[in-house]
Design a protein around this ligand. Structure first.
Ligand code: GLN
Length: 278
C-alpha cells in the first residue's frame, strides 16, 4: 500500500471503531511507524510503504481501535517540551500538569531539594530538574514498574553531568522517605472511585488504576500527604498539588487545618482550579 492508502485505511478503521480523533491518530501512528512527518506524507502520498511498516501500522491501528491509548503504542508523550517514555504502568503526562510544574519553577532556587510524590513517569520531577540549575530531586512511587520508566526517562533526559541530581525510591508515600526538602510536589491519584468508571475507555481500561483512583471522595492521598509532608519539609518549605477542578476548596481547607500558611489556588488556562500550594 501507499502512504495515502495506509492513512485512508487507518482513518476508516478508527472512525468505524468510534475513536474520537480518528484522522489525527491515523496520521500520527503512520508518522511514528514510517519515521516521517506530515509534509513527507503529503508530498509522497503515492510512495509505497515497506511491507514491515505496513504490517506494524495496521497492527497499531487494530490496537488503537480497541481504545489502547496512542501514547502506549508509540511509547512516548511530550511534556514541558521534553519527550517522555511511557507505558501501561504510568499515567500518560497531561498538559494540565504543566501548570503545576510552572508554579513550582517560580519558587525553585539553586540548591533546593525537591520531592515528587507519586512520580509515575517522572515527568514533573525531571522537568523541574531540566529547567532549573541547581536543585536535587527525589521521585517516590509505590509502583516498581513505574519507577523503571522514571529511571529510563532520567537517563535519556539528564546528561551525565546531571544524572546524580536525581534519585528514585519505592515507598508507600513517606514510609521510606528520609530527610527534609524545600519543596514537595505531587499529582496524586485524585479521581473519586465512582467517577473512574465514567472515564473514557482509553483512561479507564488502559491507564494504571492506581494512578487515577483517589478512593471514595478522591481526597485520600491529599489527606495522607498533607498530614505526613510536614515532617519532611524545612520550616519555610512549600507543598504543591495538582487538583481536580472541584477540589480547590477542600484541599486548601485540609492544608490550612494542618497549619500551612499562605495557601493559594491557581487556575489553569481554562479558568479551572488546577493547583494548590502553601
Ligand atoms: N506524577 C505523574 C504525572 O503527573 C504521575 C501522577 C499519577 O500517577 N497520579 O504524570
Amino acid at each position: 500500500m501507499t502512504y495515502r492508502e495506509c492513512y485512508e485505511k487507518g482513518c476508516l478503521a478508527l472512525q468505524t471503531a468510534g475513536i474520537e480523533e480518528a484522522t489525527l491518530d491515523a496520521r500520527l501512528l503512520l508518522e511514528a511507524v514510517c519515521g516521517t512527518n506530515r509534509n513527507d506524507l503529503l508530498a509522497h502520498g503515492e510512495q509505497l510503504v515497506t511491507p514491515e511498516a505496513e504490517e506494524k501500522y495496521l497492527g497499531w491501528i487494530g490496537q488503537r481501535a480497541e481504545h489502547i491509548p496512542l501514547q502506549q503504542l508509540t511509547g512516548e508523550q511530550d511534556f514541558m517540551g521534553l519527550t517522555f517514555a511511557v507505558n501501561e504502568h504510568v499515567l500518560i503526562p497531561r498538559q494540565d500538569t504543566e501548570i503545576l510544574v510552572e508554579e513550582v519553577l517560580k519558587q525553585l532556587h539553586d540548591g533546593m531539594r525537591v520531592l515528587d510524590m507519586c512520580t509515575g513517569s517522572g515527568c514533573i520531577l525531571l522537568s523541574l530538574l531540566h529547567y532549573s540549575n541547581a536543585c536535587e530531586g527525589l521521585g517516590v512511587d509505590l509502583s516498581a514498574d513505574a519507577l523503571e520508566v522514571a529511571e529510563q526517562n532520567a537517563e535519556t533526559l539528564l546528561d551525565a553531568a546531571n544524572a546524580d541530581r536525581v534519585h528514585f525510591l519505592q515507598s508507600d508515600l513517606f514510609d521510606k522517605v528520609e530527610g527534609k526538602f524545600e519543596i514537595i510536589v505531587s499529582n496524586p491519584p485524585y479521581i473519586a472511585s465512582a467517577e473512574v468508571e465514567k472515564l473514557m475507555p482509553e483512561v479507564r481500561d488502559h491507564e494504571p488504576r492506581m494512578a487515577l483512583d483517589g478512593t471514595e471522595d478522591g481526597l485520600h492521598f491529599y489527606r495522607r500527604i498533607i498530614e505526613e509532608a510536614g515532617k519532611h519539609l524545612v520550616s519555610s518549605g512549600m507543598l504543591f498539588f495538582e487538583i481536580g477542578y472541584d477540589q480547590g476548596q477542600a484541599v486548601s481547607e485540609l492544608m490550612r487545618t494542618e497549619g500551612y500558611r499562605e495557601v493559594q489556588v491557581v487556575q489553569d488556562y481554562a479558568g479551572l482550579d488546577r493547583v494548590v500550594f502553601g
